[in-house]
Design a protein around this ligand. Structure first.
Ligand code: PEP
Ligand code: MN
Length: 339
């Protein structure tokens, strides 16, 4: 439940409410709203204790949060979360483009890609250094050497960097180089990893598990929010269905639905979501039309030579066309893309 304090509530009255929450064995989460304080009460069946607060002064209203996810819900925070990634805002009406290779393969290809996507309006460079591959025989990434290349590309181009972290023990290492930690579909329910990423305080992009419901996904986000990390964004990247013509089925429904249920930004990955480069731009446009706050797209200067996911990577010219179309689309929708 959430306890909404009145405009006139004094700090002492807020402190009494917070103390009471602790006495009941529950956890307070204070949010400083624009004009009043709201205290989230997390844990167990908090609403059952509402009578204990009925007579405390300074309380305007006690509201039950009906969803199992609390801090991620719109009931808890009606306004959109805006995440500041070193000056790049993610959330609200902005549409942010994250682009780059599936894997960091080497410095030259990374710099070539980074320079190109930056010149067309991308603000964030993607590239995996630690790759969770389905087969143990596939390319596993360059590890820390790849992280250093991403940092070099950031220094040269000004792009912010997003890269995946696959184990809790690597969170600190990856957070030293990355502006955003990516948690992949295969790790959405790796709770030790979620907690460590939550504790790091770095912005995190949480991909939807390929077989996870929206509720499970939001509860996974709740693991990080409840560690005090409010800089969490979600990424729809396609789910497993009966359909085998495409690698996954990109769940466009999830975009406006999650934005109704949650205040967290929603990013869409049409590259993993389709598995085919020719479908990436149409689905990217559909995602933005459906309300996505951003896109993450795989781009490679020579997709045929890519060490991973070449079939779903855009070449530079196709990426250029997508950026032109996105500029036109966001203009029609009264949204904004960086130019
Ligand atoms: C990726 O972004 O390259 C990736 C492996 O993503 P996912 O976790 O969605 O498969
Ligand atoms: Mn990939």
């Amino acid at each position: 439940m959430i306890i909404v304090m009145s405009h006139q509530a004094t700090p002492a009255q807020v402190a009494v409410v917070v103390e009471k929450i602790g006495e009941l064995g529950l956890k307070p989460e204070i949010s400083h709203g624009e004009d009043r304080k709201v205290i989230g009460v997390v844990g167990g069946n908090a609403y059952a204790y509402r009578e204990a607060f009925a007579h405390l002064p300074g309380i305007q209203e006690i509201v039950q949060i009906t969803k199992p996810f609390k801090l991620a819900s719109r009931e808890w925070q009606p306004r959109d979360t805006l995440i500041d990634v070193g000056g790049v805002t993610i959330g609200g009406d902005h549409v942010v483009m994250m682009a780059g290779p599936c894997s960091v393969e080497g410095l030259e290809m990374l710099l070539e890609t980074a320079r190109h996507v930056a010149s067309r309006g991308a603000q964030i460079l993607r590239g995996g250094a630690f790759k969770p591959r389905t087969s143990p025989y596939s390319f596993q990434g360059l590890g820390e050497e790849g992280l250093r290349m991403l940092a070099a590309a950031r220094d040269e181009t000004g792009l912010k960097v997003i890269t995946e972290v696959v184990t809790p023990g690597d969170v600190e290492l990856v957070a030293r180089y990355a502006d955003i930690l990516q948690i992949g579909t295969r790790n959405m329910q790796n709770y030790a990893l979620l907690q460590e990423a939550g504790r790091s305080g770095r912005p995190v992009m949480l991909k939807r598990g390929m077989s996870s419901t929206i509720e499970e996904w939001l509860l996974a986000a709740e693991y990080m929010l409840s560690q005090g990390n409010r800089n969490v964004m979600l990424c729809e990247r396609g789910i497993r269905t009966f359909e085998t013509s495409t690698r996954f089925t990109l769940d466009i429904n999830a975009v406006p639905l999650v934005r109704e249920l949650s205040h967290l930004p929603v990013i869409v990955d049409p590259s993993q979501g389709t598995g085919r480069w020719s479908l990436v731009s149409p689905l990217a446009l559909a995602a933005v039309a459906a309300g996505a706050n951003g896109l993450i797209v795989e781009v490679h200067p020579h997709p045929d030579d890519a060490l991973s996911d070449g079939a779903q990577s855009l070449d530079l010219a196709t990426f250029d066309k997508l950026m032109i179309d996105l500029g036109r689309l966001t203009g029609a929708l009264v949204r904004q893309t960086a130019q």
